[in-house]
Every structure is written in C-alpha cells, then in structure tokens.
Design a protein around this ligand. Structure first.
Ligand code: MD3
Ligand code: FE
Length: 218
C-alpha cells in the first residue's frame, strides 16, 4: 500500500490492535482483505431489505439510514426499540447473515478474547455527510456477555466513546475504511456515538459511510 507523508506522523502501527478500554479494541484495517467480497454481498442485502429512516419512540426521524441481515434485525418505531425476526417493510425475514461477515466477525472477536461469539443480527447503518449518531447505550440485546463487532466502510468518522454514565467524559476515536472494533465485558454498556460525518467522497463507496454491527441479539 502507498505510504504518504501523513503516515509518518501517525503514531499507530496500522496493523497493531489499539486497546481503547480493558475489553474494547480497534483492529485497524482488519476488514480490508474482505472488502471486495463484502461490497456485492452488501448490495444484495440492501436490494432485498432497502435502507430506511426509522422513527425513534419520541417521534424523531433518524438521520442515519438503516437495514439488517440475520435472524433478527433491530427496529425502532413509536412503540420503542426491539429486535424483530421480520422486516416491517416487507413482513418477510431479513436477508441471511453472509458467511463472509460471520467469519470476519468471529476472527475479530477471537483476537479480542471472545472465542465463542454467536452473531444472529447485523445492523447496517448508512451515514451521509452531516449525519450523526447521538450518545447512547446498546441495551436491546438479551446477553450482555456477548461482544459487539463493528466494521467501518467508506468515509472516515469520529467515534465517541464515553463511560457508564451519559455525562462521563468521552474520548474520540478515528475510524477508517476497513477498521474493525470489538466491544465486550465491562466496556459493552459504555455510552457511545458518532460525530457528524465530514463531507467527502470515498473511492469505493462515494459520499457514504457504512457501519456493520454484528451482535447476538436473541
Ligand atoms: C461501544 N453504531 O449501531 S459501532 C449502533 O458507527 C452504533 O454506526 C455506531 O453505535 C456506528 O448502535 C458505532 C461501534 C460500537 C457498537 C457498540 C458499542 C461501539 C460500542 C457498544 C458499547 C461501546
Ligand atoms: Fe450503539
């Protein structure tokens, strides 16, 4: 890969895991070798279960577009947040969770010390420039002992990692195309969010950031 002057100032070895919590790790570029296989699979999922803007229980339309694959999919509406076995747009099951994603997520989880991760849900979040995700906890899953694996694709983003209280200080973590994160154990319920996406165009994805989050929801 091409080395630029900027890389000389980057304090992190691009292949070295970065522990950002005792059980939270960023694996820079871990998904890069799978990207060419992931993109057509992702297109197929979105063709079957289109990206949509869900409403929060408070009646606000979410800026981030989303869809799901796997046995369970995360949905939000006036009634609340929950996992559903069917896509409410089609009343059909969500597209299957592809092997290429499961394999990648299991390898990442193992590296982080979670050797028996059994993902049954993958949330696809699609950000456009200006879109943000406000500080929240992921608490809709049944088993908080199972980790969460996330894969970032397309435009870079700044991820906010907070603590166990909403008002705890946050650290900023840059996430780039191909980076994989694993969160588990005591870091599993930390508040987190994404700052507004900066304008830009990614050579493969254009003016988009896609984040895939794999979980065991059921
Ligand atoms: C840290 N997505 O879908 S993924 C979400 O980039 C979500 O789209 C963000 O937060 C995104 O719920 C961040 C990384 C992530 C996921 C779950 C976490 C980080 C986490 C749970 C606890 C702490
Ligand atoms: Fe989250």
């Amino acid at each position: 890969m091409m080395q630029t002057e900027l890389d000389l100032f980057n304090p992190h070895d691009p292949l070295q895991p970065q522990w950002v919590g005792t059980q939270a790790v960023v694996l820079p570029g871990f998904a890069l070798q799978q990207v060419q296989a992931l993109l057509p699979v992702l297109r197929q999922i979105i063709a079957q279960a289109p990206l949509r803007h869900m409403f929060t229980p408070g009646g606000l339309k979410m800026a981030v577009g989303l869809t799901n694959c796997g046995a369970l999919g995360w949905v939000s509406d006036r009634h609340g947040y929950r996992y559903s076995a069917v896509d409410p747009l089609s009343n059909q099951p969500w597209p299957a969770l592809p092997e290429v994603l499961l394999g990648l997520a299991n390898r990442a989880a193992s590296l982080a010390g979670f050797s028996d991760f059994h993902a049954d849900a993958c949330l696809v979040n699609c950000y456009r420039p200006g879109n943000r995700l406000s500080l929240h906890q992921d608490r809709d899953e049944r088993d908080f002992d199972q980790p969460i694996v996330s894969i970032s694709l397309g435009l870079p983003a700044v991820f906010l990692l907070g603590g166990h209280a909403r008002n705890a200080p946050t650290q900023r973590i840059g996430l780039r195309h191909g980076d994989v994160l694993v969160w588990g154990g005591e870091d599993r319920l930390r508040f987190h969010g994404v700052l507004p996406l900066k304008p830009g165009s990614h050579p493969l994805l254009g003016e988009l950031r896609i984040n895939l989050t794999l979980r065991k929801a059921g």
